[in-house]
Design a protein around this ligand. Structure first.
Ligand SMILES: *Cc1c(COP(=O)(O)O)cnc(C)c1O
Ligand SMILES: [Zn+2]
Length: 409
């Protein structure tokens, strides 16, 4: 593969061939895909991308896959100018990158899974698996069904009912583990050592993670090949934040943009904010926490990419902010009421943090701001119980309608 040079250890820089491996044998650092950017620069152009498929595969030159075979419909989601929300927050150029309508399972995870399972197929795996906070399990289940692969997804037992059903419908084996996501992940790492399965976010992780870069590529293309002044994205493992920044830098490297001054802001739920806490303390390491938040999709207490996500905010001159559960619900409602977009708790976290950044003047009125909405509210409806108006119940009579609806509202 001319475009991919191999894998490289993010800690010691040792290089490895393209294989389903994810840690360095020498220092146990995580491995990352490295590309031959000179080669890519010779082949890539704005017009070639624009003529490509209306999916994330239009950026195949910057993805570690030869021929996509799984997840052909993921990506290329709307970038919506958020006039109403912008007015509310005093931002004139606010955009929502709306992965709540990603295909097929309504979260940004369809991007990473498309890349991971296309790669797993290239490697010859017949079984797909993952450790998940919910959305990943949904996406792996759906894509394994498409690809005709066996499927095992591992989740914390206390996930939202809709998220569990959203996996079960594709008929994988769903393993509900007693414990937190971090317990699930530790168990899966042990299983991955013993079985020849494609664990998308363990042994396939270097390839999986590359899929998130497309959230940077698409935004830049949709803004007319300009990088925004600031982006706000939620963080669980910290991979998404890390890869949005990597994606932006790659566009600069291969000449698709000529300047990059984007500040990256990370959003975490206060009840599980190990990266934001490390940032506030100025610490170079991330101390694991035990999650306690309604934002289950981003409840990772021991984030694998935490330190790399901290580096992103340092390098890009961004920041980290947190949101309480109450603020997350307010964020969900604010986005729904102003823009007609129903997001889940992760998106509520993004909006709550966006609001804080606007209120404190960290992002300014005239700047081009992109908020990443990474998941769909129809999967976490139970968190809104007791937080919304209830239906007005009436008999099927005009009289009742006039008395109970018109008079009261
Ligand atoms: C997984 C997930 C994230 C965070 O992903 P990381 O790459 O682990 O930081 C954000 N939003 C939603 C909806 C997710 O499912
Ligand atoms: Zn190493």
């Amino acid at each position: 593969m001319a475009k991919v040079r191999g894998l490289v250890c993010r800690e010691c820089g040792r290089e490895y061939p393209v294989e389903p491996i994810h840690v360095c044998e020498f220092c146990f650092g995580p491995l990352e895909v490295i590309y031959d950017y000179d080669e890519i620069k010779r082949n890539i152009s704005r017009s070639k991308i624009e003529e490509g498929p209306k999916s994330l595969w239009r950026y195949i030159d910057l993805l570690p896959v030869e021929e996509p075979t799984v997840g052909l419909t993921a990506g290329f989601t709307p970038l919506k100018k958020a006039e109403n929300l912008g007015r509310e927050l005093g931002l004139e150029n606010l955009y929502i990158k709306d992965d709540s309508v990603n295909h097929p399972t309504l979260s940004f995870k369809d991007r990473v899974v498309s890349v991971a399972l296309s790669k797993a197929k290239e490697f010859g795996f017949d079984t797909a698996a993952c450790a998940s906070t919910g959305n990943l399990a949904n996406s792996v289940s759906a894509h394994a069904a498409q690809a005709g692969m066996n499927c095992f997804v591992f989740i914390p037992a206390n996930l939202e009912t809709q998220k569990i059903i959203g996996s079960l419908v594709f008929n994988p084996t769903v393993v509900a583990v007693e414990g937190t996501y971090d317990d699930v992940n530790r168990l899966c790492s042990e299983i991955a050592n013993e079985l020849q399965w494609a664990f998308v976010n363990i042994n396939i992780r270097p390839f999986y993670a590359e899929g998130s870069k497309t959230l940077a590529f698409e935004v830049v293309e949709q803004l007319g090949w300009k990088a925004p002044d600031a982006v706000v994205a939620p963080a669980a493992s910290g991979s998404l934040v890390t890869k949005i920044w990597k994606g932006l830098k790659e566009l600069l490297k291969v000449g698709l943009i000529s300047e990059l001054n984007t500040r990256v802001y990370g959003a975490q739920a206060l009840g599980c904010s190990p990266i934001a806490q490390a940032w506030k303390e100025g610490s170079d390491f991330v101390t694991p926490v035990k999650p306690n938040t309604i934002a289950k999709s981003i409840a990772i207490g021991n984030p694998a990419d935490g330190i790399y996500a901290l580096n992103v905010t340092k390098e890009s001159m961004g920041d980290w902010e947190t949101a309480t559960d109450e603020e997350i619900i307010e964020g969900i409602k604010l986005l729904a009421e102003t823009e007609g977009i129903f997001t889940e708790t992760a998106g509520g976290t993004t909006i709550a943090v966006l609001k804080k950044l606007a209120m404190t003047g960290k992002i300014r009125k005239d700047e081009v701001i992109v908020a990443y909405i990474t998941g769909n509210g129809y999967k976490t409806m139970e968190v809104l119980d007791g937080h919304l108006k209830t239906p007005v119940k009436i008999k099927a009579s005009l009289k009742d309608f006039k008395e109970k609806v018109l008079v009261k509202t």
